[in-house]
Write a protein of this length. Structure first.
Length: 170
């Protein structure tokens, strides 16, 4: 969420940014997809976040097998990441970008193109991916494994007590 909030506010500081005109929004039409730079930036970040979250969550139970063992999952990750990368780096004038209703990073008054903002978004994706995967790795490998070890010790202690009771009752 922090990454999305960062880019929501960051895109507003860019020289190409034009605020959304509320008079152009049809509030009675739920299918009205008014174009905004905030939506464009968050869409480009969010599509990667879905994939990274799936990969990060694959570390925990019941998925502790390596990703390469689940061929369907691996292919899905590869195809989705490839599509997301294409959406991020294709020119905004492409039919794909127009189909997703993404705005071009172009200053309307000067006509100057800010394609470098795509690279800034890509850096955000990489940092977010590392942080998401790293956090899940720490949670699963450190916190969960310590909890499991504690639970094993408790179960073993209970088992020993039960065995001692059985011996005492015989």
């Amino acid at each position: 969420m922090a990454v999305q909030l960062f880019f929501f506010f960051d895109v507003r500081k860019q020289p190409f940014y034009v605020p959304l005109d509320p008079s152009k929004i049809d509030f009675g039409n739920y299918n009205d997809t008014s174009l905004s730079y905030e939506a464009t930036a968050i869409f480009m970040i969010g599509t990667f976040q879905f994939v990274v979250t799936c990969v990060a969550f694959s570390l925990a139970k019941p998925f502790r097998q390596p990703i390469y063992r689940n061929v369907c999952f691996l292919l899905g990750i590869i195809v989705t990441t490839s599509c997301d990368t294409a959406i991020l780096f294709l020119p905004i004038s492409s039919p794909v970008s127009q189909w997703f209703k993404l705005l071009p990073f172009v200053n309307e008054t000067t006509g100057e193109t800010y394609y470098s903002y795509h690279y800034w978004l890509a850096l955000g994706v990489v940092v977010n991916s590392i942080l998401t995967y790293g956090a899940e790795f720490v949670i699963v490998k450190v916190v969960a494994s310590k909890h499991e070890a504690k639970m094993r010790r408790l179960k073993y202690a209970q088992f020993r007590e039960q065995m001692e009771e059985l011996k005492a009752n015989q």
